[in-house]
Design a protein. Structure first.
Length: 357
């Protein structure tokens, strides 16, 4: 509640350009921004038929532009005509396994799409805060057990991870070339990146993500398929990274030079769980269910261990996780259970979670 009051001071009456607003995280962020009193313009692809956005869109006031981030002219037109105070760039091909099937498209959307957005920002003459969302998977991961900090080398085994690392490099190039902090008075742009962990929460229906897989199985009384039960991930409720993005943007508006850099947002290190631990916790919250380990022949590589060091965000932004993994899982599963009730209002479920966060 205190955070929401602080956010209102920075976002009430402000124009926010949000790419990827029809996605899972984008839908939650749109609700939150509108609750804070911001005027939102979204730019994204048409949502999947079964999606949170389609479940809540009738309750939203935002201007919704359905277009591709790779359409340079359309993106520039929509951004410049809106004259935003803040930009949150979430539009992405966000699935690791799909990146193996669509590697070129993944690089086009995630790396070139980021360049397209930043190039459009160059033509924006007013002061603007730009937060670009990447991922915890941007780091070169040798799975040594080290928790990655923002200064660690970037890399990426799979096309998704590599494309997001490329987006970080693109952003740094634009920041140094066109939006250098030392020349802020000339260009008036503050540009930062946010690297979040594995996000869970109600309204995620994506394929090959463990919590949507859990929901689909439990809601149909089926066995939950688990691909990598021992894989460790920095699980966090969707409101955690979104609160980080909002905190970062607010800080950037107060001091556009100091915070124009990269930040990790994730759980405390001791709170990381294996996939199997998450599944067991989810079954407990649901009240019933079973799971089985499945092995896919010739399965693509997925990291077995991934941890984030959030010291920088805690120290510089005064941000920290608001709930532990058990609370995050309980909140996500409760959302799905309540969404199955007759005449349940998905928008109100999201709004209540935000108000009580």
């Amino acid at each position: 509640m205190v955070a929401n009051n602080i956010f209102k001071e920075h976002f009430r009456g402000k124009k926010v350009f949000l790419t990827g607003h029809t996605g899972f995280k984008g839908s939650w962020l749109t609700i939150w921004l509108e609750m804070l009193g911001a005027k939102v313009k979204g730019y994204a692809l048409k949502p999947d038929k079964i999606s949170l956005f389609n479940q809540i869109k009738n309750h939203l006031k935002c201007e919704s532009v359905i277009a591709d981030i790779r359409n340079i002219d359309r993106l520039r037109k929509e951004l410049i005509s809106f004259q935003p105070d803040f930009i949150f760039h979430l539009a992405a091909q966000a699935l690791v396994r799909e990146s193996y099937e669509l590697p070129v498209e993944t690089f086009e959307v995630n790396a070139i799409g980021t360049a397209n957005l930043l190039n459009a920002v160059r033509e924006l003459k007013k002061e603007c805060v730009v937060v670009l969302i990447t991922t915890d998977k941007v780091y070169k991961n040798s799975e040594t057990g080290k928790a990655f900090s923002e200064s660690d080398p970037l890399g990426g085994h799979d096309p998704y991870s590599a494309s997001k690392a490329a987006a970080e490099i693109v952003t740094e190039s634009f920041r140094l070339s066109f939006f250098h902090p030392s020349k802020f008075k000339e260009h008036k742009k503050s540009v930062a990146t946010a690297r979040a962990g594995n996000v869970i929460g109600g309204g995620d229906y994506a394929k090959d993500r463990i919590v949507p897989d859990i929901y689909r199985a439990l809601s149909e009384s089926k066995v939950i398929p688990v691909r990598k039960p021992k894989a460790v991930r920095p699980w966090q409720h969707v409101l955690e990274p979104l609160s980080g993005y909002l905190t970062l943007a607010a800080k950037m508006s107060d001091d556009p030079i100091k915070y124009s850099t990269a930040y990790n947002f994730g759980p405390e290190l001791e709170d990381n769980l294996t996939v199997e631990e998450l599944v067991k916790e989810a079954i407990s919250c649901w009240g019933s269910g079973t799971y089985k380990n499945v092995k896919t022949k010739n399965a693509p590589h997925e990291a077995g261990l991934l941890q984030l060091d959030i010291t920088k965000a805690k120290k510089e932004l005064k941000w920290k996780p608001g709930m532990d993994s058990s609370m995050a899982i309980e909140k996500a599963i409760r959302w799905y259970k309540e969404s199955l009730e007759k005449n349940s209002n998905k928008f109100e479920l999201c709004l209540m979670d935000i108000k009580t966060f």
